[in-house]
Design a binder for this molecule. Structure first.
Ligand code: G6P
Ligand code: MN
Length: 446
């Protein structure tokens, strides 16, 4: 079984490889091909993987290449986690937005649109190549903005591309934990929306919804991440637990201010932190795995720190620092490769699940996964305000896809202007000016 990792020089690749090392079952991944545009980043990550594999019998063989077509040929799974424009681009996305007084987060609001506009053309090119060179491969997309990018790729790959995110899983795990559910895997999480825009409306254990018990208990509710981030009163008022990224919507003004007041934005912090890691990896005597681990610990501990500061939420819980997207990726590959049926929250085509969206709109929803792929499960409709947000943001995503395909600057302006977190058409115009001046990857907008 061959797994190709696009963005193979990326910082989170050792997480995926670590998960593979723990998989001893028949039909597991035996060959990993790392692809990246940057050979230096590839060799840095390859050093970490080599240390991880040391002494592990049957560790998947690792090769690296900067040739995309070579990487794709013969792949059974393609895992895509690329960052078009790098972390420098992410920092610029934040800066340009903040200059206009709006949010520049990498997946939400103006920043997400800018990132989407430069990522979609690259993702579409990859999808076309996969369709040609590895037509039977399954593509697992982690590239952000994950929902939008998955939808762009699905136009060329149909249901063979599946988007993943760790935030719904983390949310479900936290809720199960505070409720004292012994085995969170036995809990059914009633979650739906778009990527980074979804809500948990129930959590059933043995057929019984336990969420009302949580919503009724302010102490319990205030004891975990989302309770601290959103405040117990707001959660009780909503009657649901939103994905943490909804903090950028419900507390937008505070989130923008926190970003403006931060010493460094998240993108700028990571740009510098990660540069330090890749630089250290160039030293022949560097302790690769140890350096990677300490860099990762710092990255995890500071995740969403601006939002937590704005909400007075304090430090992250130790239990939340373990990430989890690599577990979702591995569970998905196992389910498909071995027909090991399982339920996972994934980004897939709607296919009638949310009646307000068309059939090809990619949504984030629990899916039954087997050898035939991921099949969305029927869920209750969202309440009106959530439906409104989901439809508004999907409409923005669609404008991004049109702009990426046509190269129309006017359509790009429309995408920004229609976003609920961009408060004026004039702001949208200035954002397009700012972003096109900043990013060579947006030169296609005319
Ligand atoms: C979560 C999100 C991912 C995102 C990551 C960002 O895991 O679900 O979509 O890539 O956080 O973390 P970062 O350390 O890059 O801010
Ligand atoms: Mn995500």
């Amino acid at each position: 079984m061959k797994l190709t990792i696009l963005g193979g020089g990326g910082f989170r690749v050792p997480l995926v490889y670590g998960a593979l090392l723990g998989d001893r079952a028949e039909g597991r991944v035996t060959d990993v091909v790392l692809h990246d545009l940057d050979a230096g980043r590839l060799s840095a990550v390859a050093r970490v993987l080599a240390e991880q594999a040391a002494g592990v019998p049957g560790a998947p063989a690792v090769t690296a290449t900067t040739d995309l077509d070579e990487a794709l040929r013969g792949a059974d799974f393609v895992f895509s986690a690329i960052r078009v424009g790098g972390l420098e681009g992410r920092a610029a996305d934040e800066r340009v937005a903040l200059d206009q007084g709006v949010l520049g987060q990498e997946t939400v609001g103006a920043g997400g649109i800018a990132y989407g506009l430069r990522t979609v053309p690259v993702a579409v090119d990859i999808a076309r190549r996969v369709a040609r060179l590895a037509p039977d491969a399954w593509v697992i997309n982690f590239t952000n903005p994950a929902g939008l990018v998955t939808e762009a790729m699905s136009r060329h790959l149909g249901n063979r591309v599946i988007g993943i995110c760790d935030s719904p899983v983390g949310l479900g795990r936290r809720i199960a934990r505070v409720l004292g559910v012994a085995n969170p895997r036995e809990a059914w999480i009633d979650y739906v929306g778009l990527n980074h825009l979804g809500w948990v409306r129930g959590l059933r254990v043995a057929g019984r919804d336990e969420l009302p018990r949580l919503l009724a208990d302010p102490d319990l509710l205030g004891s975990f991440e989302e309770g601290k981030l959103f405040g117990t009163e707001w959660l009780r008022s909503l009657g649901a637990i939103p994905n943490e990224y909804l903090h950028y919507y419900y507390f937008n003004r505070e989130a923008v201010r926190a970003y403006q007041n931060a010493e460094k934005t998240r993108g700028a912090f990571l740009r510098d932190q990660q540069a330090g890691f890749y630089e250290a990896m160039q030293r022949p005597d560097a302790e690769a795995l140890k350096t990677w681990e300490s860099t990762r610990a710092e990255r995890e501990a500071t995740y969403m720190s601006e939002s937590r500061a704005a909400a007075g939420a304090g430090e992250r819980d130790a239990d939340d620092l373990s990430g989890g997207y690599e577990k979702v990726a591995l569970a998905l590959m196992r389910a498909i490769a071995r027909d090991e049926r399982t339920t996972l929250i994934l980004n897939v085509r709607n296919q009638g699940t949310l009646s307000v969206l068309d059939t090809d709109a990619v949504i984030e929803v629990p899916c039954l996964v087997d050898a035939n792929g991921a099949h969305p499960v029927a869920v209750d409709p969202l309440p009106d305000h959530a439906t409104g947000l989901v439809c508004a943001v999907k409409a923005v995503e669609r404008q991004v896809l049109v702009a990426a395909e046509s190269g129309s600057r006017t359509t790009a302006v429309k995408a920004f202007a229609l976003h609920p977190l961009v408060d004026s058409v004039n702001v949208a115009r200035r954002l397009v000016e700012g972003y096109t001046a900043e990013h060579p990857g947006l030169a296609y907008l005319k």
